[in-house]
Design a protein around this ligand. Structure first.
Ligand code: PMP
Ligand code: GLN
Length: 383
């Protein structure tokens, strides 16, 4: 079998969820909400199942979903998108990421990445044969180092992956940082895979798609996920917005990997995307309360927390409590002794790169307030 895949460890999210189950722990590791998404969206999916919506959908997605994606781009970001040629519906943002990378990157091409990074990026690039060039954000403020970013771009750069709002750092890239990225992308004639699955989960900080900056419209592939925007992570419905020239190639990658995504879910996601502004405001306001609850509790327990302006996640510095343990050891101890599962942040760094920080763990706060309270109580008892 393929040597790279054979040696690839099982994802840390599955490992930690299994440990959480084994120790009957509260799972603040894997990022999924512990409540269902909106009942009206689920009802549309259920209706569609009964309404003869059970054969292959069109390759690039149901027209009603492509139209809803285009309308959402217009409503939130003022982007003019042609639903017929500039939207591709995929089976989750994960498939969208693979399809976008396959669409523009070939063996030997360099791709710029920002660490800490989501765990599918590197394996996807390795399977394509691309060469990752990682730049590290600097804790404790998750600053983007300009010199290192400039140095990561070169004549072989083909693309960059930009995740904003970011998992696991909770960082939302500022306009000034995006301006710098846009300048480098333009100067190196590169593409950008914009992983914006947490686009609607920001806390009093505006999410700016890189695609809205000058000269970026034709270079960016903007990825969204119904899983995150509607708290339905198991549905695995994603969507890509890109120029017609790129979207037609992304559609070819989708054609050979998946071909078409479940039609009933697509119809329901179209309904979801058309929800009013109040829904989207409620989603982020509700999550912000949970972030504050967990952050304040962690601070009270003596953990310093890093800024988290978006996503499901907040990172805490374990230095005061770790007693020499690494993040991996501490996370294992927490799940076994405190009954709280988290994710060690070193898992979000290139294993082939320089040593990753070992003093940070990630908490998911997309859980019920009473569950977060209970997790804090358990931590207090164990520490
Ligand atoms: N990108 C990031 C940064 C994520 O956190 C996730 C969530 N798992 C994904 C992509 C994948 O999204 P989906 O579940 O829609 O495939
Ligand atoms: N995106 C989720 C997280 O970061 C998990 C996705 C997965 O389990 N593959 O926790």
């Amino acid at each position: 079998p393929n040597r790279y895949l054979s040696s690839l460890p099982t994802t840390v999210f599955t490992v930690m969820s299994q440990l959480a189950f084994k120790h009957d722990a509260i799972n603040l590791g894997q990022g999924f909400p512990d409540t269902e998404g909106p009942a009206d969206i689920i009802a549309v999916a259920a209706e569609a199942l009964k309404d003869n919506r059970n054969q292959y959908a069109p390759l690039t997605g149901l027209p009603e979903l492509r139209e809803a994606v285009a309308a959402s781009n217009q409503r939130f970001y003022g982007l003019e998108i042609d639903p017929a040629t500039e939207v591709v519906v995929t089976s989750g943002a994960t498939e969208a990421l693979a399809a976008c990378l396959m669409a523009v990157v070939e063996a030997g091409d360099e791709v710029v990445l920002i660490e800490p990074l989501y765990d599918t990026y590197l394996p996807m690039l390795k399977l394509i044969g691309a060469v990752p060039k990682c730049v590290r954000l600097q804790p404790p403020h998750w600053d983007l180092p300009e010199k290192e970013l400039r140095a990561a771009f070169g004549p072989k750069t083909k693309a960059m992956i930009l995740n904003s709002p970011m998992n696991p750092a909770g960082k939302v890239f500022s306009r000034a940082e995006l301006d710098l990225i846009a300048e480098l992308v333009r100067d190196h004639d590169a593409y950008v895979v914009c992983d914006e699955v947490y686009e609607h989960l920001t806390f009093h900080v505006k999410h700016i798609p890189l695609m809205t900056l000058p000269d970026m419209r034709e270079r960016c592939m903007r990825i969204g996920s119904a899983g995150k925007s509607f708290s339905l992570t198991g549905w695995k419905v994603g969507y890509v917005t890109a120029s017609a020239a790129l979207a037609s190639v992304i559609a070819k990658a989708h054609q050979v990997m998946v071909f078409a995504t479940a039609p009933n879910l697509q119809r329901a996601v179209a309904h979801g995307l058309n929800k009013d502004d109040e829904y989207y405001q409620g989603l982020s306001a509700d999550l912000e309360l949970r972030r504050d609850l967990l952050r304040n509790g962690l601070n009270r327990l003596g953990f310093e927390t890093l800024p988290a302006d978006g996503s499901y996640f907040i990172v805490a510095d374990i230095t005061g409590h770790a007693q020499g343990r690494t993040d991996v050891e501490f996370a294992k101890w927490l799940v076994e002794q405190a009954g709280v599962a988290t994710i060690p942040v070193s898992a979000f760094y290139d294993p082939g790169g320089p040593a990753a920080p070992q003093n940070l763990i990630r908490f998911a706060f997309c859980k019920k307030p009473e569950i977060l309270e209970e997790a804090l109580c358990r931590l207090e008892k164990a520490l």
